[in-house]
Design a binder for this molecule. Sequence first.
Ligand SMILES: NC(=O)c1ccc[n+]([C@@H]2O[C@H](COP(=O)([O-])OP(=O)(O)OC[C@H]3O[C@@H](n4cnc5c(N)ncnc54)[C@H](OP(=O)(O)O)[C@@H]3O)[C@@H](O)[C@H]2O)c1
Length: 386
Amino acid sequence: MKQILLLGGSGSIGTQTIDVINKYSTRFNLAGISVGNRTEIVEELIKKSANLNYFCLKNEKDYLYFKAKYPNKHFYFGDNGLIQIIQECPCDMVVNALIGFVGFLPTIEALKLDKTLCLSNKESLVVGGEIVNKILREGKGKLYPIDSEHVAIAKCLYGKDKSDIDKILITASGGPFFFLDEKEFRNITPEDALKHPTWSMGQKITIDSSTMMNKCFEVIEAHYLFGVSGDKIEPIVDRKSHVHSMVRFKNGDTYLQVGPSDMRIPIYYALNESRPDDENGFNDVEKNTTNKYEFYPMNFEKFPLINYAWKCLEKGGNYGAALNAANEELVYAFLNHQIKYMTISSILDKIMKAFSFIENPSIEDLVKTDLEIRKLTKEFINSDAI
Ligand SMILES: NC(=O)c1ccc[n+]([C@@H]2O[C@H](COP(=O)([O-])OP(=O)(O)OC[C@H]3O[C@@H](n4cnc5c(N)ncnc54)[C@H](OP(=O)(O)O)[C@@H]3O)[C@@H](O)[C@H]2O)c1
């Protein structure tokens, strides 16, 4: 029985991970969980599972409440609690389904402790992909991606030689505004941007999907996961999200992973340590069938944020940490109706030209960059507020 610690258990990926654990309950047990503001799930899970004993709450008041109510269980709280629960919860695997920068240090901690990590928090790799890979190289930790595109790429690459890759074609749905006239972009509301055409996800990633910042992050993620240079990674649009990504090889063959838009499929693959089995084999990998599907080229002018991916890979250092921090603040400001949709890219542009670049940042430098850029972004937001 694999003991699992799930970080971000109340979110979209978190709750679907619980579905997978429940479906394969003879193989997986939820040993620990972290939640943010949605604490109802803790009460429900305690009633259902006697084997779940470790909990991390975001807020101290929730921690005090649960600790008093369940004195025999282990409780932690806050950012430090996320680190402590990784250190103390007896588990074989950590699933990081946190959203944003808050997931970065837990990723680092899990890998430093040589844990097996299933990573949904792509921001960890955007912020500190170099450092994550260094810890993986030097230690015994393992990392398996959860993102559907990267599971698709991993499946297309299974048993193949990476030196034979011609292009990784990372698919995007194009989001709700792919065909919208650019002149209309100034009128986009959070409600419009939250209507994703094919996937049901948390709010932040849904906005990132509409601006293509999510695809930008996925290009960076693919680079660090598969060790492939940026010029070999190309986004391509499949409006129906049938094809989750493709790999074209130098001999001309193209492999495609095709399937329903259900995150439980890639989550299971990651929990199974990226190994195909009877439940999730290669039936969904097709060869040279691109003609069956309709693809569109990415529109880099209409969705300029995706271009930050290659800038980030070229610059390295703390560029990704700055990009992520500014984007997070801007997305939440847009969701809170503080700024307009178009302001996300205009402020981001100013920040990425002005921030202090560090070539070889330490983990502490990345934390500092995150804090400084958030402060700077908030100043821009306040001066640009609607
Ligand atoms: N959703 C998808 O389909 C999907 C697909 C591929 C990749 N991803 C990636 O998976 C990650 C999670 O995305 P999601 O859509 O599942 O996000 P989500 O629904 O917003 O869930 C995020 C989780 O993190 C918790 N959280 C947020 N801020 C926190 C903080 N400061 N301290 C402690 N916990 C905190 C939330 O708690 P509360 O909600 O309780 O406050 C929730 O449990 C992201 O990196 C995303 O890019 C998501």
